[in-house]
Design a protein around this ligand. Structure first.
Ligand SMILES: *[C@@H]1O[C@H](CO)[C@@H](O)[C@H](O)[C@H]1NC(C)=O
Ligand SMILES: *[C@@H]1O[C@H](CO)[C@@H](O)[C@H](O)[C@H]1NC(C)=O
Ligand SMILES: *[C@@H]1O[C@H](CO)[C@@H](O)[C@H](O)[C@H]1NC(C)=O
Ligand SMILES: *[C@@H]1O[C@H](CO)[C@@H](O)[C@H](O)[C@H]1NC(C)=O
Length: 508
């Protein structure tokens, strides 16, 4: 295609978008964080380098049959060796922040049973310093699913209260080593999701579960996810307590936790479906956030789960209270909800404990565009409703959208369709439009991180889905900007993305 025709096609595309809504970077405050997000296991590779120990994910991905395409994060995006190039890519986008996680196995290969690993500290120091030189704020996740395998082998990691001391130790090492420069910390990424995949469905390490949830050699899907989450919530409080007592005043940063949640709409306006929808929402973010901000698990969880739900002691409740400065929200999609408590129906796989069924269809019409992940439809208004729900439930505690992004399916080959990701642009544009609507209604949202900077290892899906603004050719590790990267850069440069009066601005 000639350059003029290509430019014309892109111009027409942006004209199409402008009919959706007109907005720009200036609809968000100048201090609003715009960034991209990644996590250590999904991008770093170098799994045996730098005196790192094996993590639970290193061990799990090497077991046969665990990952869809049979691949591992041994090399992933080779970010461990290419971090300077990747920081340059971020810089080229014009982002002012970067959300990434630190590998526990690099920093404390043996948890509290061994020493701090200076090679790991040096690696993250180089990343932090290189980011700051480019004016990019590090936004650090202490735990994004990966744990040293030794903690799994010694005491069952999240199933044991012992993990609280280990996590507190990791947090303290990180505050001490990096807190002079890192001003944004989160303790956990998506605990409400990963405990279910780890302990109810056996899809994440340690691969425990029981029937009827799934088939594993050992586990108890009915109770273990709730025990793990309980220990995670208390581990979070332990880390925040250490930060507040010993570091926060001196270092001047803030600390939060990241939950993930779909938005849920009742399928019908029956009371049962409306209550089921409230229940669905409670079983996602509030499971983790209510104990910290409202003093206990949501009442819907108590009602359904009874004694399956652990109890916080008086002392623990005191430790937990208000132990966060902000909430991180990972949000991708919206589903319809049907009640399965009063009438029998096929329980949803992922949300079965909430006694609901979910669907993407109402009267034969799909709720939004499908993406490469089953049940993940693009429903832009969901982000506005999600943010308003969190804002109202928690009295407008500061919020960051810590993940939002679009999944492409991939045969693995580099194709023009993968690079010309107009669906992702449409996704980001429309989600950001609805996010700005929530903000104009008073929601205290302070940042947005696009998942993800790079195509990467998508957990149980392996490399079969691609979330990156940059395409990665896993054979050569070549990074190529997708059209969405160019769109994000253009958006961040402050140019209006509307084309009614002029078409010249819109070349990319
Ligand atoms: C990208 O895809 C869109 C929509 O499918 C199409 O209209 C456009 O021509 C494509 N652009 C390029 C440069 O291939
Ligand atoms: C890794 O640890 C070993 C022994 O603990 C030490 O001899 C070696 O120097 C370390 N490697 C690096 C790169 O620091
Ligand atoms: C578990 O395995 C048994 C025997 O193969 C099978 O009948 C059952 O449906 C499986 N359960 C689940 C939840 O996959
Ligand atoms: C429920 O929905 C139906 C059709 O979808 C509508 O006719 C009815 O008025 C609604 N009822 C209420 C109470 O909103």
């Amino acid at each position: 295609m000639g350059i003029n025709k290509k430019t014309l096609a892109i111009t027409l595309f942006f004209q199409l978008l402008s009919s959706v809504a007109c907005f720009s970077r200036s609809d968000f405050t100048s201090t609003f964080l715009f960034g991209t997000a990644t996590s250590s296991y999904q991008i770093e590779g170098a799994y045996l380098e730098g005196n790192k120990s094996l993590s639970n994910w290193d061990v799990f991905t090497h077991l046969p049959g665990k990952i869809k395409d049979g691949r591992t994060g041994d090399i992933a995006d080779d970010h461990y060796h290419r971090y300077m190039e990747d920081i340059s890519l971020m810089h080229s986008l014009g982002v002012n922040s970067y959300r990434f996680s630190m590998s526990w196995s690099r920093i404390l290969p043996r948890g509290r049973f061994g020493d701090v690993n200076p090679v790991g500290i040096k690696f993250y120091n180089r990343i932090i310093d290189s980011l700051l030189i480019k004016g990019i704020q590090p936004f650090v996740t202490l735990n994004h699913f990966d744990v040293p395998q030794e903690l799994e082998d010694r005491y069952g990691s999240w199933l044991s209260p012992q993990i609280r001391e280990d996590f507190g130790h990791l947090a303290e090492v990180c505050f001490k080593e990096f807190g002079d420069r890192v001003k944004f910390w989160t303790t956990f990424n998506e605990p409400n999701l990963f405990v279910k995949f780890s302990y109810a469905f056996g899809k994440y390490p340690p691969g425990r579960c029981s029937e009827p949830y799934a088939n594993c050699t050992t586990g108890d899907s009915e109770v273990e996810p709730y025990i793990a989450a309980h220990n995670i919530i208390l581990s979070h409080a332990t880390a925040v307590d250490i930060y507040r007592k010993n570091y926060q005043v001196k270092q001047g940063g803030s600390i939060g936790i990241v939950i993930t949640s779909k938005w849920y709409e009742p399928l019908t306006n029956s009371t049962a479906d409306c209550l089921a929808t409230q229940r669905a929402l409670s079983f996602e973010g509030p499971w983790i956030l209510d104990p910290i901000l409202l003093g206990d698990y949501p009442s819907e969880m108590h009602e359904v789960l009874g004694s399956r739900l652990p109890i916080f002691t008086y002392e623990e409740k005191k430790l937990l209270l208000n132990k966060l400065d902000f909430i991180g929200i990972n949000h991708y999609s919206t589903n319809y909800v049907m009640d399965c408590m009063l009438s029998s129906c096929d329980l949803d796989g992922y949300m079965r404990d909430a006694l609901i069924a979910t669907t993407g269809y109402k009267d034969g019409v799909l709720i939004g565009e499908p993406t490469a992940l089953p049940t993940y439809y693009a429903v832009p208004y969901g982000i506005e409703k999600m943010v308003r729900y969190i804002m109202e439930r928690y009295n407008n505690v500061p919020m960051y959208i810590t993940e939002n992004g679009y999944a492409q399916g991939s045969s693995g080959a580099f194709t023009k369709e993968l690079i010309n990701d107009t669906e992702r642009i449409k996704f980001m544009h429309s989600y950001l439009t609805f996010l700005s609507a929530a903000i104009s209604q008073g929601a205290d949202v302070r940042g947005y991180f696009s998942w993800s900077l790079l195509d990467n290892f998508e957990w149980a899906f392996g490399y079969t889905v691609r979330f990156g603004l940059f395409h990665v050719d896993y054979k050569t590790q070549r990074r190529t900007p997708k059209l969405s990267a160019k769109w994000y850069k253009k958006f961040l440069s402050g140019k209006k993305l509307q084309l009614r009066t002029s078409t010249q601005n819109n070349e990319i």
